[in-house]
Design a protein around this ligand. Structure first.
Ligand SMILES: Nc1ncnc2c1ncn2[C@@H]1O[C@H](COP(=O)(O)OP(=O)(O)O)[C@@H](O)[C@H]1O
Ligand SMILES: [Mg+2]
Length: 398
């Protein structure tokens, strides 16, 4: 299977003949391939001791009581796509209690091309393999299983600290841009060394500023990629928000950082960033850390010009997040030419019936494989267009 990453803008190419965000495929007869999970295997992951699951084509709903293992199953799929948990859990928390590590495997189809993915976590380290061959770097597996999800925790992306929103951008971009993942690695490296130099006693100023150039280069690259992503996510967001709320509100997204007022291009941004580090040297020295950079930036969300965190109702915040996730599905599609898999956790408990009835069609028009979970009594409200599997105590009845 062609890695979706290869099809990203990093390589200067755009695939797919139409903009799915505005033109639903069925209506315009314009074809783009989609990602589909064909089978999934979990070993010692959360509640699962051992699970082997074949997934039928189309929509799949996992129905089960509380603590049946529904969220954990979606978490496993998302982990295979991003090597991270959507529950902000540490890797060791994902290991089944009493076990030494966990293993995940999947067969994914992009049209007829099959790829086998494997990810394992043992005693502190993660390893990945694609089609039976071990990946030299874990990042090689990112973007192979294009995935987008909406979960209960998503409300924290809107309401929580800036770190949650940066994480949202990191996970979205990590799936489509190897250049982003690389620049983030460089940034982390530079920050670690620069911060150590800032805390050294006696202070050696040259040992600190030696990191300014590589740090600024990585920062400029990251900011440039994040801005472009935010612009692409922002474009369809107001229309999606209107569609799922049946109301007229202007949902806006803006990348926020100390250098955003001027919107400099990459080269100028690098120089401006070096200058910023120089100006902040005393502050950084007092605090013992680098106080400006992509690790401190934010994604501002506004509804009719007002900060969504402070002024919107919980319901509006939740729907803004759903809109953001739908915009993310469009983003992944446009960047890679492939429709992602969408994971929707416990939507019936999160949204009222009327809203669910507006969200599901918006979602169904964007993706071909929707994996959703529900309590058994809520399944009827979802009008599942596919297969319902029941799940209990970490076992799935096929
Ligand atoms: N690392 C772990 N090992 C074993 N069980 C776990 C682990 N983490 C969570 N669990 C348990 O897994 C069960 C299923 O959780 P979850 O997937 O969230 O269920 P659901 O979404 O169906 O309510 C819970 O009872 C939880 O306590
Ligand atoms: Mg759950």
């Amino acid at each position: 299977m062609r890695n979706a990453v290869e099809a990203s803008l990093d390589y200067g190419k755009r695939r797919g003949g139409c903009k799915a965000s505005v033109l639903p495929r069925r209506r315009w007869g314009c074809y783009t391939p989609s990602m589909r999970l064909k089978s999934l295997e979990l070993d010692h992951f959360r509640i699962y001791e051992r699970l082997r699951l074949e997934l039928p084509p189309g929509e799949v709903c996992l129905a089960g009581a509380n603590a049946a293992g529904k969220t954990s199953l979606l978490e496993a799929v998302y982990y295979l796509a991003t090597a991270r948990s959507f529950r902000f859990a540490e890797d060791r928390d994902l290991v089944r209690w009493g076990a030494q590590g966990f293993g995940l495997r999947a067969a994914a189809l992009r049209d007829d091309e099959e790829t086998r993915l494997a990810l394992a976590y043992r005693s502190g380290g993660k390893t990945a393999a694609v089609d039976g061959e071990r990946c030299p770097r874990l990042s090689s597996i990112l973007g192979r299983l294009l995935t987008c999800c909406f979960t209960v925790e998503d409300l924290d992306t809107v309401r929580g600290a800036a770190g949650r929103r940066r994480r949202f951008l990191d996970l979205v971009l990590g799936q489509v841009s190897q250049s982003y993942t690389r620049a983030m690695g460089e940034l982390r490296d530079c920050l670690r060394q620069r911060n150590a130099a800032l805390r050294a006693d006696p202070l050696d100023r040259a040992a600190v500023t030696a990191w300014d150039r590589p740090l600024s280069r990585a920062a400029a690259r990251i900011i440039e990629l994040r801005r472009a992503a935010v612009d692409e996510l922002a474009a369809p967001a107001p229309q999606i928000f209107a569609e799922i709320t049946a109301s007229r509100h202007d949902l806006r997204l803006d990348y926020e950082g100390p250098l955003e007022e001027t919107r400099l291009g990459a080269a100028d941004l690098e120089e401006a960033f070096i200058e910023l580090l120089r100006r902040r040297f005393e502050r950084d020295r007092r605090r013992g850390c680098t106080t400006a950079g992509p690790h401190r930036d934010d994604l501002a969300l506004r509804l009719d010009g007002n900060d969504l965190r402070r002024y919107a109702s919980r319901g509006q915040q939740r729907l803004a997040m759903v809109a953001l996730r739908l915009a993310e599905a469009d983003f992944l599609h446009q960047r890679t030419g492939t429709r992602p898999i969408f994971l929707l956790d416990d939507v019936a408990s999160e949204l009222d019936a009327e809203t669910t009835a507006r969200v599901l069609p918006a979602l169904r028009s964007r993706v071909d494989q929707l994996l959703l979970t529900a309590l058994p009594q809520d399944v009827g409200d979802l009008s599942v267009d596919g297969t319902v599997l029941s799940i209990d105590g970490g076992r799935v009845r096929q």
